[in-house]
Design a protein around this ligand. Structure first.
Ligand SMILES: [Zn+2]
Length: 156
C-alpha cells in the first residue's frame, strides 16, 4: 500500500518537478557598479532584487548552482549573485511563462523598477527579468501573494 502511494507520488511530481520557473529574492547591502556581460556597466543600488528565471530542465540543479558562491560566470544573474545575497528561492515547477510573471510582478510591486535593461532577457522582448525593490517591506507580502495566487512555493 505504502509502496503504491510512493510510486504514485513520484509519478505525479517527477515529470514536471525538474523544470519550471523560479524566483530569486536577493539582497544587496551596498551600491556596486557591475558590468553584466555585454550590457553597459550599471550602478546597482542597495536594496532588494527579484530575479525571474526558468529552467527547461534541471531546476533543482540550477538553483543549487545559484546558491553556490564560487562558480564560473555564465548567466547574467551570476554577476549579481557575486555581490548580492540570495534570501529566498520560490519555485513553480512545470511553468514556463517567465515573461508574464515579470509583468505580473511589476503590477504587484508598485515601487519596483527595472535596474538594467536586457538583464536575463536576451531572447524576449521584456525590459528585463530582474526587478529592483528599494525596501523589504513588500517582500513578505509578495511571497504570500505569489504562494496564494500564482502557485509558487518554497524550496522545501
Ligand atoms: Zn521576458
Amino acid at each position: 500500500m505504502k509502496k503504491a502511494a510512493n510510486r504514485l507520488g513520484n509519478r505525479s511530481t517527477r515529470p514536471q518537478y525538474d523544470s519550471g520557473l523560479y524566483l530569486l529574492i536577493l539582497k544587496l547591502d551596498k551600491r556596486w557598479w557591475i558590468k553584466v556581460g555585454r550590457l553597459p556597466a550599471t550602478c546597482f543600488e542597495p536594496g532588494y532584487y527579484v530575479y525571474v528565471g526558468r529552467a527547461k530542465r534541471g531546476l533543482k540543479g540550477r538553483i543549487q548552482r545559484h546558491l553556490k558562491k564560487n562558480k564560473k560566470i555564465f548567466w547574467h544573474i551570476d554577476y549579481l549573485t557575486h555581490y548580492a545575497q540570495i534570501l529566498n528561492v520560490l519555485i513553480k515547477p512545470g511553468a514556463y511563462d517567465e515573461c508574464r510573471t515579470v509583468r505580473k510582478l511589476r503590477k504587484l510591486i508598485k515601487d519596483s523598477a527595472i535596474p538594467l535593461r536586457g538583464f536575463g532577457a536576451s531572447d524576449c522582448r521584456c525590459l528585463g527579468h530582474l526587478l529592483y525593490l528599494p525596501a523589504l517591506t513588500s517582500i513578505k507580502n509578495l511571497e504570500e501573494l505569489l504562494f496564494q495566487t500564482e502557485g509558487f512555493k518554497g524550496l522545501n
